[in-house]
Design a protein around this ligand. Structure first.
Ligand SMILES: N[C@@H](CCC(=O)N[C@@H](CS)C(=O)NCC(=O)O)C(=O)O
Length: 302
């Protein structure tokens, strides 16, 4: 498995690698950006004091995004250098002329809108295997790739996950299903109850063969069925001026669903006044999310 490094860009005190690779799970070429913080380059230069593998935060983007949007606008890089973590920005769907998209050409399904689930319905099930891609294949192939260069990054064990909107949804699902894998989860304006909102219903109708599968992909259902492992917490921010707040996001739903479960009071939901859905909102709260994940990953400020 090889990655093509298309570009290495200096950002803050590290570098952003724009890469692509052939994915087994999607059957397509997938783009992915990886930010390697200043601590990585110190390791590569052989600084003995910093030889512990660097943990990773996976950032899942929202509808219409490529790995570029968050790499350019979320400002994770400052935080990555501050604490010493790698940030991985996967793409939001398989792409290409042979990959079916939205039959009506809309932006909320198909290309750029894979919802981080493994589709079970034709014709999407061939390529839209974003759950397996993001939570299994990508970490594994990144680990293999970087092992060849000296193994300074932990892509597999000391890892956390976050995301925005559809990506916040993807982060919550992956975390609730695989707490042994992720140390912490946070989300910016996530879709928390997809089976009850238009974006989610369109995705589930399109990607899933039967309605019986919907609950397996809904954080508000998963939270009721998932025992909470020790030290696992969820941090959420949503702006009250987000135009999608009422119709698509309904963030209170996950707090309500968590009552009478081990997750009660373990979800910190911050409704922030005046913020919208954009990267002005995301970038404002990235420092708080970085601090939260750093604590769970055992990192201290540098
Ligand atoms: N394209 C949609 C908006 C979709 C949207 O807001 N996407 C969010 C994630 S759900 C995003 O991150 N957009 C890309 C960006 O802001 O860079 C529209 O025109 O209304």
């Amino acid at each position: 498995m090889t990655f093509t490094v298309k570009q290495k860009i200096n950002v803050c005190n590290g570098k952003l690698l724009r890469m692509s690779h052939e994915s087994e799970s999607t059957g397509t070429t997938m783009d992915v950006n990886v930010y390697l913080p200043k601590q990585y380059w110190q390791c590569v230069r052989g600084n003995e004091a910093l030889m512990k593998p660097i943990p990773t935060i996976y950032y899942l983007s929202g509808l219409t995004c490529t790995p570029q949007n968050a790499s350019e606008k979320a400002m994770w890089q400052f935080q990555a250098d501050k604490y010493g973590f790698v940030v991985v920005f996967p793409d939001t769907s398989p792409r290409g002329d042979d990959v079916p998209g939205d039959p009506e050409g809309s932006w909320d399904f198909g290309h750029g809108a894979g919802f981080y689930i493994d589709a079970t319905k034709e014709p999407y099930s061939k390529n839209y295997n974003m759950y397996t891609y993001v939570h299994e294949e990508l970490p594994r192939v990144l680990d293999q790739h970087f092992a060849d260069t000296g193994k300074h990054v932990d892509f597999l064990e000391n890892v956390s996950i976050t995301g925005h909107s559809m990506g916040g949804y993807g982060a919550l699902c992956g975390f609730l299903k695989q707490q042994a894998h992720y140390k912490s989860c946070s989300a910016f304006a996530p879709i928390v109850n997809p089976k009850n909102v238009p974006w989610g219903q369109k995705a589930f109708n399109g990607y899933l063969e039967s309605k019986a599968e919907w609950d397996l992909h809904d954080p508000c259902e998963l939270i009721k069925q998932t025992p909470r492992e020790e030290r696992r917490h969820i941090l959420i921010h949503v702006g009250d001026a987000d135009p999608f707040y009422e119709e698509q996001l309904k963030p209170q739903s996950i707090v309500e669903a968590s009552q009478d479960t081990p997750w009660a009071n373990k979800i910190e939901l911050n409704i922030v006044a005046g913020f919208d859905h954009s990267y002005y909102f995301v970038s404002t709260f990235v420092p708080q999310h970085a601090k939260f994940h750093a604590e769970h990953l055992g990192l201290k400020e540098h």
